[in-house]
Design a protein around this ligand. Structure first.
Ligand SMILES: C[S@@+](CC[C@H](N)C(=O)[O-])C[C@H]1O[C@@H](n2cnc3c(N)ncnc32)[C@H](O)[C@@H]1O
Length: 215
């Protein structure tokens, strides 16, 4: 996994647009290792960008007759969270897209994957009914702390016992994100069975424990 700076340096030589920033293979490895497909529920991702990761999750989900809900505002301009040296998230997205429509590139990447439910909304406007269960959720949307919290709650309340929630940007160049994730984990410590940090990819995974659903 590369840092934001490395990502910007490598931006222009890239040809394929339908990439993912995170390296979703590590998520899929964890999902497979834990046999999450045995649990009842779907997958959800907040922050799909150009859909490269969404497509990877969808192919896994399809093998197990599951869906993936992909939530994104599809407006590369809105996230003005900045690294300490002033690089805004929106700068990164716009530089990557080079004038292309984010939604067009996304639609191309996910074409033919009919188990994807795309929700084109601000994540603060999204909620799921209690009967919509999730086995896995990944948060990589807006990087403002209040969005990190919002996005956590959208998924956590519908995550099944033994299900996994992942945060991106843990311990990277967005200190407020890390701080917020740490606070969330402390606040929900009694509901968490296990945590696992994937350092190279800046991912924090939390496994939902038994107490959470009976609380
Ligand atoms: C870092 S990108 C996601 C990258 C993707 N996970 C990957 O690895 O390729 C963050 C995404 O969050 C989306 N986003 C920003 N603010 C949002 C909001 N308020 N609601 C929903 N999505 C938002 C952006 O449009 C962008 O696509």
């Amino acid at each position: 996994m590369q840092s934001l700076r490395q990502f910007l340096r490598n931006l222009y030589p890239r040809k394929a647009l339908a990439i993912d920033f995170v390296g979703y293979e590590v998520l899929l490895d964890f999902i497979e290792a834990r046999s999450l497909h045995r649990l009842e529920g779907d997958l959800v991702e907040i922050g799909s960008f150009v859909g490269g990761g969404t497509a990877k999750l969808a192919r896994y989900a399809r093998k197990h007759d599951k869906r993936i809900f992909a939530i994104d505002i599809f407006n590369p301009d809105v996230d003005d969270t900045a690294t300490p040296d002033g690089i805004r998230m929106s700068d990164i997205y716009l530089a990557f897209l080079q004038g292309r429509s984010q939604l067009d590139v996304y639609e191309e990447a996910v074409r033919g994957l009919d188990n994807i439910v795309t929700i084109r909304q601000d994540s603060k406007a999204v909620s799921f009914p209690p009967e919509q269960k999730f086995i896995f959720g990944f948060i990589d949307g807006n990087h403002h702390p209040d969005y990190v919290r919002n996005d956590f709650h959208i998924i956590w309340q519908n995550l099944v016992e033994g299900g996994v929630l992942g945060f991106h940007d843990y311990n990277t160049e967005l200190p407020e994100v890390t701080l917020t994730i740490d606070k969330i984990m402390t606040e929900h410590t009694g509901e968490i069975a296990e945590t696992q940090e994937i350092v190279p990819q800046h991912i924090m995974l939390i496994v939902k424990g038994h107490k959470a659903n009976s609380a």
